[in-house]
Design a protein around this ligand. Structure first.
Ligand SMILES: Cc1cc2nc3c(=O)[nH]c(=O)nc-3n(C[C@H](O)[C@H](O)[C@H](O)COP(=O)(O)OP(=O)(O)OC[C@H]3O[C@@H](n4cnc5c(N)ncnc54)[C@H](O)[C@@H]3O)c2cc1C
Length: 414
C-alpha cells in the first residue's frame, strides 16, 4: 500500500499509544495513517499491564483480538522482601473497575493491536521513519524515509506522536526536559521456566526486593517462558563481571528464590541492558500536534505504569483530537489533557519515590496491614490513579508518608 500524501491525522509509532489513538480517531470517521520505524513484531520492554488499560483497549475495540491470543491473565501482583510477602489481588481493589489484565510478550501484543488497525482499514507503514516535521497554519508537513530509502512528505491536519522512546516531536522541536528521577539500569532476559509449577502462585507476577535499592521482576507468560529482570543503580551491576549471560546467571544465583526456580533455566536470547530511561517534556501538546504515551513522561518500571499511562493518554488525546477536527474552538489542552495526565503521573511518582526511599516497604511489609487501606493502595497499583474518592489517590503524598511513618514507629516501639 502506498503512503497517503494527505490525511486528517498522522500517527507516529505503532505501539499501544499510537494504535489506540489511531483506532479511536478512525472510529469517529476520520482519515488516519500510521507510520512506524520498525518492522513488527519487534521487541520492546513493558510486559506487565494494569487493569486500567483495559478500558482504553476496549474503547479502541482491541479486546476481542487480544483475548484470542490467550496471554497470561494477571489478577494481581506479589511483592516479596526477605521472605515476607505482600500480595495484592485486583478483585479486592477499592475503585470499581477492571479486576484483571494480562502479562504479555510485547512483540506479540503490539503486533495484535497493529494488525487490528490494519483490519479497520487504517494504513500502517512499517519501516517508515519520521525525520522532520514542519507545522503551518491548520496543517503540517511530515518527512518520512521508507525502508528502501525513499523520502516522502505527508500533509496532515493533526499529528499524534506516539513514538515512545523515539521522542520524535520533543527532539525535533527542542521540548525534551531532563527527568528528576534518579538514573537506573536494568539487565533482563526471557527464560525457560520448567520449574514454574513448583511455585506457590506459579503465574503471579512477582517483584522481589533484592536489596533496598535493587529489585527484580518475574513475569510469567502463557507460552511457558518468563521474563526476569534486575533493576538498580548502575553501580550495583559493576560487581557482576563477564559476558551478559555470565552476569545474568550470577544475578539469578544471588537471589535464593530465583536460584531455585531459574538456576538451570535457559536464556532465550542474550540478556539486554537499558539505562536512564526516565524522560519528560516541556509540554504534551502544541499547534497541530499532541504527544501521547511514553513521549510525554516515563518514570520507572516498578509499578508497571508505562503501558497504562500510554493507553489512557491516547484514549484521552484521541477524543480531544476528534473535537478539534470537528471544528471545536477553545479546546483546553492544558487542563483537560496535560494537567489531567500529570495528575495520574504524579500519583505514580509518589509510589515510585516511596519504593526507592523505602517508605513503601513499611506499608507493604507491615505486620498488621489494614485491609481497607490496602484495597485503596491496590487501586493505585491497578492504575486507577484518577479516582479522587480514593484517599491514597487524592492525598497520595501525605497519606503514604504519614502511614509509613506511623507503621515504622509501631515497629520501633515493639
Ligand atoms: C526496564 C523497563 C521495564 C518496563 N516494564 C514495564 C511494565 O512491566 N509494564 C508497563 O506498562 N510498562 C513498562 N515499561 C514502560 C513501557 O516500555 C512503555 O511505557 C511503553 O512501551 C510505552 O508505549 P508507547 O506506545 O508509548 O511506546 P512504544 O511501545 O515504545 O512504541 C513507540 C513506537 O514508535 C516507533 N518510533 C520511534 N521513533 C519513530 C520515528 N522516528 N518514526 C516512526 N516511528 C517511530 C517505535 O519503533 C515504536 O514501535 C518498562 C520500561 C522499562 C525501561
Amino acid at each position: 500500500m502506498s503512503i497517503q500524501k494527505n490525511v486528517d491525522v498522522l500517527v507516529i509509532g505503532a505501539g499501544p499509544a499510537g494504535t489506540i489513538a489511531a483506532s479511536i480517531i478512525k472510529q469517529a470517521g476520520f482519515n488516519v495513517q500510521i507510520v512506524e520505524k520498525m518492522r513488527f513484531p519487534r521487541f520492546v520492554i513493558g510486559e506487565s499491564l494494569l487493569p486500567r488499560c483495559m478500558e482504553a483497549l476496549e474503547e479502541a475495540k482491541f479486546l476481542d483480538a487480544v483475548k484470542a491470543k490467550h496471554f497470561q491473565q494477571k489478577d494481581g501482583a506479589k511483592f516479596v522482601m526477605d521472605g515476607e510477602v505482600c500480595d495484592f489481588s485486583f478483585s479486592q481493589q477499592y475503585t470499581p473497575g477492571w479486576q484483571w489484565t494480562w502479562q504479555v510478550p510485547r512483540a506479540e501484543f503490539d503486533k495484535t493491536l497493529a494488525d487490528e488497525c490494519e483490519r479497520m482499514n487504517i494504513p500502517l507503514h512499517y519501516e517508515t521513519e519520521v525525520t522532520d516535521i514542519k507545522i503551518h497554519d491548520g496543517y503540517s508537513e511530515t518527512t518520512v524515509v521508507t525502508g528502501d530509502g525513499q523520502q516522502e512528505t505527508i500533509t496532515a491536519r493533526f499529528i499524534v506522536d506516539g513514538s515512545g522512546y523515539g521522542r520524535v516531536i520533543p527532539k525535533l522541536f527542542g521540548l525534551d526536559k531532563p527527568s528528576t528521577q534518579h538514573p537506573r539500569k536494568t539487565l533482563f532476559c526471557h527464560m525457560t521456566d520448567p520449574k514454574r509449577s513448583e511455585a506457590v502462585e506459579p503465574n503471579r507476577i512477582t517483584i522481589y526486593v533484592h536489596n533496598h535499592k535493587t529489585w527484580i521482576w518475574v513475569i510469567p507468560f502463557s507460552n511457558g517462558n518468563t521474563s526476569v529482570g534486575y533493576v538498580g543503580d548502575p553501580e550495583f551491576f559493576e560487581s557482576f563481571k563477564g559476558t551478559p549471560e555470565e552476569q545474568f546467571r550470577a544475578l539469578i544465583m544471588a537471589q535464593p528464590e530465583l536460584a531455585t526456580r531459574f538456576g538451570e533455566s535457559g536464556m532465550l536470547w542474550e540478556p539486554r541492558t537499558l539505562q536512564s530511561w526516565s524522560a519528560t517534556t516541556d509540554t504534551f501538546y502544541g499547534k497541530g500536534f499532541v504527544l501521547t504515551g511514553n513521549v510525554t513522561e516515563f518514570l520507572d518500571p516498578v509499578f508497571s505504569s508505562g503501558v497504562t499511562l500510554a493507553s489512557v493518554s491516547s484514549q484521552l488525546a484521541a477524543k480531544m483530537v476528534i473535537r478539534h477536527l470537528n471544528g471545536e474552538q477553545n479546546i483546553d489542552w492544558e487542563n483537560d489533557y496535560m494537567k489531567k495526565m500529570m495528575q495520574g503521573v504524579d500519583v505514580f511518582r509518589t509510589y515510585v519515590n516511596g519504593w526507592y526511599d523505602g517508605s513503601l516497604f513499611n506499608i507493604f511489609f507491615a505486620e498488621n496491614r489494614n485491609p481497607e487501606i490496602m484495597s485503596q493502595i491496590c487501586s493505585v497499583l491497578a492504575g486507577y490513579v484518577w479516582d479522587e474518592s480514593n484517599p491514597f489517590v487524592k492525598n497520595h503524598e501525605k497519606n503514604v508518608r504519614t502511614l509509613s511513618r506511623y507503621l515504622a514507629s509501631q515497629k520501633t516501639a515493639v
